[in-house]
Write a protein that binds this ligand. Structure first.
Ligand SMILES: *Cc1c(COP(=O)(O)O)cnc(C)c1O
Length: 383
């Protein structure tokens, strides 16, 4: 077996072997719910597809490999993966998370799991002291998302896992925005890394899927139990598509980062733009952490126009021709979004604005098209 490959080889080969039946290089889409047994209990490791499926298993091995973990789990969506993490907890347990969180995660926490007795605290996680104030004997989980969406704040994963270890608290990192090409939270001390693989991992806007990766065997057993017992798994076709996407993750990410950097600099110089949120700028408040923690600055950025309001933002977004107005991110095609009315509409306005998600904010998921065409499009739309 191949040992210790670099990341850019692991995306293609990590955890993968030709299929045992006919040597197929890509794992077949095992579109089956069950598996023939020779005698009761006599099977080849597969009994029922909620529990195991060879296509999903190939993806799970790939996920574990690219996140430098040991055990991967694939779910029907990113939120289904998060749901499984929260089911590790019990009523009365407390969770601390960032105040600049993906809207769907905030909704899952506050509208579903609060009713089951979990208590959530939302704080700026850029500083350990702020987090420490909320830690008590009931604190069981720190939920980190970095870069944050859509303000592009960077949280220092290492300093959080160091703090958590002194208190015996588990740390989970939503690595959706960065992808393992930019950072591998498990190597920075996190216990669980979560993905909406819908975004960069699958990368082609053609599948909704989520994942968890861990290193610890006991934790893996508990998550595997929940995955099977709650059953929020993904199907073989979606597993196949995600696995195919991962094989080009590194080349896509390289171009996403290059294009986003060029656009960030273009917008910064534009007379009608007030502010650009992109961690690659030296004046970005967390630039130092980003530089140390990430291999590059990613494909996401946000900006506000000078003196702009809701209408100004909507006018720009509607004038874009190559950027598609849509939710989601991380696909090969460039997307533009209006967080206040789209991804973050489920967060109350005051809370939203406190973290910077004002009505004039526009978020870009920069794709891998020719960047000259993207800049041309922004130029004509901003006017
Ligand atoms: C999209 C997204 C999710 C939710 O994932 P789904 O696959 O849509 O369920 C969670 N976190 C972040 C940062 C996301 O962008």
């Amino acid at each position: 077996m191949k040992k210790k490959l670099h990341f850019n080889s692991n995306t293609i080969h990590g955890g993968q072997e030709p299929d045992k039946a006919y040597g197929a290089v890509m794992p077949p889409i095992y579109q089956t719910s069950t598996y023939a047994q020779t005698t009761p209990g006599g099977h080849q490791g597969f009994e029922y597809s909620r529990t195991h499926n060879p296509t999903r298993q190939a993806l799970e091995k790939s996920l574990a490999s690219i996140e430098a973990g040991k055990f991967g789990f694939a779910f029907g969506s990113g939120l289904a993966a998060m749901d499984a993490v929260l089911k590790l907890l019990k009523p009365g347990d407390e969770i601390i998370s960032t105040d600049d969180l993906y809207g769907g995660s905030y909704r899952l926490f506050t509208k579903i799991f609060e009713d089951f007795g979990l208590k959530f605290h939302f704080v700026g996680m850029d500083n350990s002291q702020k987090i420490e104030k909320f830690i008590n004997s009931k604190t069981k989980l720190l939920w980190v998302e970095t870069p944050t969406n859509p303000m592009m704040n960077i949280i220092d994963i290492k300093s959080i896992t160091t703090l958590a270890k002194t208190h015996g608290i588990m740390v989970a990192v939503d690595n959706t925005f960065a992808s393992p090409y930019l950072q591998q939270p498990l190597t920075l001390g996190a216990d669980i890394v979560m993905h909406s693989a819908t975004k960069y991992l699958a990368g082609h806007s053609d599948v909704v899927l989520g994942s968890l990766v861990v290193k610890d065997e006991e934790l893996a057993e508990r998550i595997g139990f929940i995955q099977n017992a709650s059953g929020a798994i993904c199907g073989p076709m979606d597993s196949f598509l995600t696995l195919r996407g991962i094989k080009t993750l590194h080349v896509r990410m390289q171009r996403h980062c290059e294009n986003a950097a060029a656009i960030a600099h273009f917008l910064k110089k534009h007379s009608k733009i007030e502010k650009v949120y992109w961690p690659g700028f030296e004046e970005h408040p967390n630039h130092g952490v980003a530089k140390a923690q990430m291999n590059d600055y990613g494909g996401m950025l946000s900006f506000v126009t000078r003196g702009g309001d809701y209408n100004a933002a909507v006018k720009i977004i509607e004038s874009l021709k190559l950027f598609t107005l849509a939710e989601s991110l991380g696909g090969v095609e460039s997307l533009a979004g209006h967080p206040a009315s789209m991804t973050h509409a489920s967060i109350p306005k005051e809370l939203r604005e406190k973290s910077g998600v004002v009505d004039s904010l526009i978020r870009l998921s920069v794709g891998i098209e020719d960047v000259r065409d993207l800049i041309e499009d922004l130029k004509q739309a901003i006017g």
